[in-house]
Structure formats: C-alpha cells, structure tokens
Ligand binder design. Sequence first.
Ligand SMILES: NCCCC[C@H](NC(=O)[C@@H](N)CCCCN)C(=O)O
Length: 471
Amino acid sequence: MTETIQKRINDSKAMRWTALILIALMMFFGYMFVDVMSPLQSLVEQERGWSPSVFGTYAASEYLLNVFGFLIIAGVILDKCGIRFTGELSASMMFIGAAIKFYAVSDWFPGTGLATWLDSWWITMPASAKLASFGFMIFGCGCEMAGTTVSKAIAKWFKGKEMALAMGLEMAIARVGVFAIFSISPILAEKMGSIAAPVGFCTALVFIGLITYTVFTFMDRKLDAQLGADGSNETSDEEFKVADLKNILTSQIFWVVALLCVLYYSAIFPFQRYGANMLQCNLDGISPAAASNIFRWFPIGAAVITPFLGSFLDHKGKGATMLMWGAILLIACHLIFAFVLPATHSHVIAYSTIVLLGISFALVPAALWPSVPKIIDEKVLGSAYCLIFWVQNIGLCFVPMLIGSVLASSNANNPAVIAAKEAGDEFIPYNYTMPLVIFACFGVAALILAIYLKAIDRKNHFGLEEPNIKA
Ligand SMILES: NCCCC[C@H](NC(=O)[C@@H](N)CCCCN)C(=O)O
C-alpha cells in the first residue's frame, strides 16, 4: 500500500510568506498609526494647544491599560482562544481606538457637548487631548495584543522553517511603516491644512489591516483543518496557568532580560516621539518636514539591517554580545544628540547619529526576542513573552510622561522658549539636553544588564552566544 504524504498549506513557500505579509501588514499599519502625530508636535501645540507635558501624557496613554493588567489578560485570551480570534479582536480594538482619536483631533469635535464637558475638569489637558488619549489607550491594547498574537502566529506557521528570518522581517516591515509615516504625516498635514488629515488617513489604513488579518484567518483555518486542530489551542502545553506565571516571575534570568528590554526600549520608543522635534531644536529651527526627513532614516536603517542580523544570529550566534553593542551604540548616540549636535548644528552628524541609532535598534530586537526561547522553558514561552511586554509597557507608559515634564521643567526659565511663546511663534526652541541625558542613563543601565546577562550565560550555559541553526 502506498502512503501519500499530505502537504500542509505552510509547506508551500509562497503560502507561508503570503501569510507573513498579511499579518505583517496589520502591524505595518498599526506602527504607522502609533507615530502619526510624532512629527507634528509643534503643529499640535499650535493648533490644539497641547504642551510638551500634555503630549507626553497622550503618548503614555497608549500603554496605560496594558500596564494595569490588560496585557496579562491578553495572554490568557491568546492562549485560550487562539490566534484567529485574538488577532481579529486586536485589529478591531486598534480600529475603534484609532477612530476615536481621529474624531478627537478633527474639526467636528470642538464645540460639542462632550468637548465642553471634557474641558471643564483637569483644565491643563485640553478636551481633544483627553479624548485622543482615550482612543489611543484602546488602540494600544489592541496593538500590543496584536504584537504577541503575530509572534505566536509566526511561530505556528514557520515552525521548523525560517522562523527567525520571518520574525526579523515582520519587525522590519513594521519599521518601514514608521519610516513611511514620518515622511507622509507632515506632508499630509501641510497639504490638507490640519493634523486630522494624517490621523484620518492612518485610521483608514488600520481598517485595511483588519481586512488583511481576516484574509489570513481563512488561511489559518485551512492549516488547522490539515493539522486536525480546532484552532482554539495549538497544544495544551501552551495553556496559560497561574503557577507558570509564578515560575517565570521567580526566575532571575527572566528579570535580567525583562529589565534590559524595558530600559533599552524606554530609550527608543519614547525618544521616537520627540526625535523630530529634538532635531528641529538642535539644528537651528529647521522645518518639521526637514526634521522628519532626517529622523525617518532611524527606523529604515533598523528595517534594512534587522533581517540580516536575525539570519546572522541563526547561523553564527553571539546574541548577548549583540545586546551589549546595541546598548553601547544607544548611549553614544544620545550623548552625541545631547552635547555634540547643539554645539555644531551639523546635519552630517545628525544623519550619521540617526543611522548609528538605527543599527542599535536592529542589534537589540534581532537578538533579544529570539533569545527568550533559550532561557525560558517552551511550556511557558507565551506567558513569558506577555510578561516581558507587560514590564516593557510600564516603561513605555511612564517614560514619555517623565520626558515631557523634564523637557517642560528644564525649559521653564529658558529665555528663547519664553520669548517664542510670548511672540506666539509656531516653533518653540526647546533645549533637549536633560531628556537626552536621561535616555543615555537608560542605555548605561541596559549595558550593565547585558554584561551581566553574558556572564550568567557563560556560567549557566543558556546558549545565548550559540547559533540557532547548528551545522
Ligand atoms: N512580534 C514583535 C516582537 C516585538 C517587537 C518589538 N515591539 C515591542 O516590543 C512592543 N511591545 C512595543 C511596540 C511599541 C510601539 N507600539 C519591536 O521591536 O518593535
């Protein structure tokens, strides 16, 4: 009797890479939405009266519910309900949150009863900022839940195949989204004469992301039919258990990785929100469009290099060393922005430092996320990723607020800032030295943890320096 070997849908290269594109598109549009207002800080201040600290509070709102436990619930939902349901739920939350934020910054909102009521309390935070932050909070829950769902989906579709490369490409595609929005957002705002235009445009893209993920769910249903699974849970081992949480939380190496993650990313994503404005201020008041033009090379540099580094890690290893170099570059870049750029106003230095920071932003994510399976038992991997995201979100939530208020307080007596505000200038020439030194300090702490991680890896043989693919 001849036995026919059933080929699964993900055995086809074309099908699994199509699946990757479909799910990565959701993250691509999501990352675009996250940063749609980042290059418009001056305009938002001018059009809607958002001060730097209001902008910081708005930025922090993306992570607020995640910090207060949503991300842990998201882990349970993901493990209990599977990638199709959780992905759809995430993408829907992203769209609903995006639509609320769009309404908040649109010209339809001022003058409504809701706006009047929102303006009647916590008066330093304008009504538009309050509602936009509320929308961004819902969006943030969806986006972070989507991030873990996408990782699980890639692991399922690329198991035993090009998994690290696929994860690297997914992150790279998301970075291209950030690159694209830093280019498009100021142009759209300028051409349409309002900050609402780019936000509305990205809200439509988030909806397209929901559609692309829906297409993916049909492919995934087919894969599950071939696997003989019902799609709600791939293996019972992956189920979320409270006891597993305790095991992870009492593991020393988990905390080293989680703290390294929060410290490193706290000097990256919050910086991304202020980066374009910082360049404007340190390069003698260049236009927002010109500043975005320089800054967009940061995510694109990371996007180009990340898949190559992922492949390097697969074949050569050196994960812990990559983490150390990523932290060293981070410190160097923030110190250059803090002290060299204001003294020289050099565009060449600005471009080179942005590219260097891009390399750092490729080194750490490419090494960090694939290293987690080496230090955490496969049985609790999903929960570990969720918990790392949770710890990371605490930093991503509070650091923008900290930076916003440090920027405001360190510029309270800055004569140039006072004069520009009194004159009602569009551009406020903030001094960014203090926030940048804080970012550099995060880098120093991350470097110390990376060195410690390398030492405990050498002692306990976790294999962080080993290649993923053994010849
Ligand atoms: N499947 C993606 C792995 C993590 C990628 C990582 N993203 C995060 O860490 C998010 N928790 C934070 C994203 C912040 C923007 N919303 C990354 O390097 O992008």
